[in-house]
Design a protein around this ligand. Structure first.
Ligand SMILES: Cc1cc2nc3c(=O)[nH]c(=O)nc-3n(C[C@H](O)[C@H](O)[C@H](O)COP(=O)(O)OP(=O)(O)OC[C@H]3O[C@@H](n4cnc5c(N)ncnc54)[C@H](O)[C@@H]3O)c2cc1C
Length: 467
C-alpha cells in the first residue's frame, strides 16, 4: 500500500509530495489534468512573499515578521487565524534554500513590477518553470505521478482516510494530502455562491477565471458533504479586474491591467465608483475584481491619458486608443455626455501636487465623490486609452478548517491521517483580501508541512499496527 497519497498537481501538492518522499515515504500524486496542463493555478504564478531580516540575494532591505503580519491583518480586516498566519510567515523565511535544492531559480523583481522588490522573490521562468522543476525532482526522487486522474470521492471512516475513488477505481493509502485547489473553475458553484443581485443579474455569469479549468471543487464539496469542518465565505476570493477580452480560463497574468491607479475607473453608466488612488497597487489590485463585480453588467472601464503610458506593465491586448475623449467614449460604447461630465468634473477636482507613483503622493482630488486620494492627475493629454475590464477570479477562499499540523477537522477533532494544503485551506489565513505573493507562501508552508506530517503519520500508523 502507498504511504502518502497526494491529490492535486500544483505547488501545494508538489511541496507535500517532495517532503513526504524526502522523509522516506512512498508517494503517489494524482493530478486531474493531462500532463500538458499540469500544475493548476501554480503554473501562472510569478512570486513568493518572504519574510527576511536583512537583504538576501534577490530581496532588498528587510521585511520583518511583524510587518508581514500587519500587512496581512490590514488586507484581511482581521479575518485571519493569527497562529496559522504567523506559521506561514515564519516558514516563508526559510523555504527558499529547499526550493532551490528542488530546482527553483529566483530573480530580482523587474522594474515596474509594483514595488515588490523588498517583499517578493520572483521565480525565474515563472510558475511554469517552478512546477516543471518540482515534477522533475519528485520523479527523480521516485514519487509516482499520474495525470488525467481526477479523484471524485474519498472513503472515510470516522474522520480517518481509507481510500480515494476515481470512477470505479479505488486507491488505498496510509495517509492522504488534499491539495486540489479551490472551486473557482466551477461556474455553476460560483453562480450559486454569488447569487442574484438587486438588479436581477447573476454576477458570476460575467466572471472570467484567470487560472486552470481543473479546480472544480469536487473534493471540497465532497468533504463538506462528509462533515469536514469548513472555513470561509463562498463568495470571497482573490478577484482582479482583468481585460474583458481574456479567455474564460487560463488567461494568466498577461490579462491583468495595471493602470487603474494612474487613471480613472468608470462603470457602464460612465460613473466613477471607488478611490483609484487609495493605496499602492500591489495592496489594492485584488479589490478591483470585486468592485467591478458589484457594478451594473459587471464591467468597468479604465481610462488613462498618454502621461500614464510607460508607468505600468503593458497588458497583452492593446487598449482602445483615441485622440479625443468624446471619441474614446464612443469607441468604448459609453454614453458620451455622461462620460464627458465625469471626466470634466474629475479634471476640475484634481489639485496641484508633486506626482510620484513610488510614494503615496499629495496629488488628490477635492470636492468630488468618490475622491481620488493619490496620483490624481488631469486626464487631458492625448492620445487617450480605455480598457474594458471584467472580474477575473484567481482563487476562492472557502476551504477546510485546519491547524498547525495541516490536519483536516471533523466535528472539531483533527484527523490522524488526512491533511490539507494550498487553496483548499487558504481561507484559514485569508478570510478576505489579499497581498501579492501570499498564495504561494501559504501553499509552500502548508504543502511542506502536510507532506511531513503525512509521512510521520505513516510511521506512527505502522507503530500502532506493530504494537
Ligand atoms: C494568473 C494567476 C497568477 C497568480 N500569481 C501568483 C503569484 O505571483 N504569487 C502567489 O503567491 N500566488 C499567485 N497566484 C495564486 C496561486 O496560484 C495559488 O495561491 C497557488 O498556486 C495555489 O496552489 P495550490 O497547489 O493550492 O493550487 P493549484 O496550483 O491550483 O493546484 C490544484 C491542483 O489540483 C488539481 N485538482 C483539482 N481537482 C482535483 C481532483 N478532484 N483530483 C485530482 N486533482 C485535482 C488541479 O488539476 C491542480 O493541479 C496566481 C494565480 C493565478 C491564477
Amino acid at each position: 500500500m502507498i504511504d502518502v497519497l497526494v491529490i492535486g498537481g500544483g505547488n501545494a501538492a508538489l511541496c507535500a509530495a517532495l517532503m513526504a518522499r524526502e522523509a522516506g515515504a512512498s508517494v503517489l500524486l494524482l493530478e486531474a489534468a493531462p500532463a500538458q496542463w499540469r500544475g493548476g493555478n501554480s503554473m501562472h504564478v510569478r512570486n513568493l512573499r518572504c519574510m527576511h531580516d536583512a537583504p538576501q540575494d534577490v530581496l532588498e532591505g528587510a521585511y520583518s515578521e511583524q510587518e508581514f503580519w500587519e500587512d496581512l491583518l490590514k488586507v484581511t480586516g482581521g479575518a485571519t487565524d493569527e497562529k496559522l498566519a504567523r506559521l506561514v510567515i515564519r516558514a516563508s523565511s526559510n523555504c527558499r534554500d529547499w526550493m532551490r535544492r528542488h530546482g527553483v531559480h529566483f530573480q530580482p523583481s523587474l522594474a515596474g513590477t509594483l514595488h515588490l522588490s523588498r517583499t517578493n522573490a520572483f521565480f525565474m521562468g515563472g510558475g511554469k518553470a517552478l512546477v516543471n522543476a518540482y515534477y522533475r525532482s519528485a520523479q527523480q526522487l521516485g514519487a509516482q505521478v499520474r495525470y488525467n486522474a481526477p479523484v471524485d470521492s474519498l472513503e472515510l471512516q470516522g474522520g480517518h482516510f481509507v481510500a480515494a475513488r476515481l470512477g470505479v477505481e479505488r486507491i488505498e493509502a496510509k495517509t492522504c494530502v488534499l491539495a486540489c485547489g479551490g472551486f473557482e473553475s466551477n461556474l455553476a458553484w460560483m453562480r450559486e455562491a454569488w447569487g442574484q443581485n438587486d438588479r436581477g443579474e447573476w454576477p458570476a455569469d460575467n466572471f472570467l477565471i484567470r487560472g486552470t479549468r481543473f479546480n472544480q471543487g469536487v473534493l471540497l464539496k465532497h468533504m463538506m458533504d462528509a462533515g469536514a469542518d469548513i472555513i470561509g465565505d463562498p463568495s470571497q476570493s482573490h478577484c482582479v479586474a482583468i481585460d474583458a477580452r481574456a479567455p474564460l480560463y487560463d488567461g494568466g497574468i498577461v490579462t491583468r491591467v495595471d493602470c487603474v491607479s494612474l487613471g480613472v475607473m468608470l462603470n457602464r453608466d460612465a460613473q466613477r465608483f471607488y478611490d483609484e488612488g487609495e493605496d499602492f497597487w500591489p495592496k489594492r489590485y485584488a479589490i478591483w475584481g470585486r468592485l467591478v463585480a458589484q457594478q451594473p453588467g459587471q464591467i468597468g472601464y479604465c481610462i488613462i491619458d498618454s502621461k500614464a503610458v510607460g508607468r505600468f506593465m503593458p497588458p497583452v491586448f492593446p487598449g482602445v486608443r483615441a485622440d479625443t475623449l468624446p471619441e474614446l467614449a464612443r469607441q468604448l460604447g459609453l454614453d458620451e455626455a455622461a462620460f464627458m461630465k465625469t471626466l470634466t468634473d474629475f479634471n476640475a477636482a484634481c489639485q496641484p501636487g508633486s506626482f510620484d507613483h513610488t510614494v503615496l503622493d499629495d496629488c488628490a482630488t477635492h470636492g468630488i465623490t468618490p475622491a481620488k486620494t493619490h496620483w490624481a492627475r488631469t486626464i487631458d493629454a492625448p492620445p487617450f486609452y480605455g480598457y474594458a475590464l471584467r472580474p477575473g477570479i484567481t482563487f476562492t477562499y472557502l476551504g477546510l478548517k485546519t491547524d498547525e499540523n495541516a490536519a483536516v477537522y471533523f466535528d472539531g477533532k483533527p484527523s490522524s491521517n488526512l491533511f490539507v494544503a494550498g487553496e483548499m485551506m487558504a481561507g484559514n489565513v485569508l478570510g478576505k483580501g489579499y497581498t501579492a505573493g501570499v498564495g504561494m507562501s501559504i501553499g509552500t508552508a502548508f504543502g511542506r508541512l502536510a507532506g511531513s506530517r503525512a509521512a510521520q503519520a505513516c510511521v506512527k500508523g505502522a507503530q500502532h499496527a506493530a504494537a
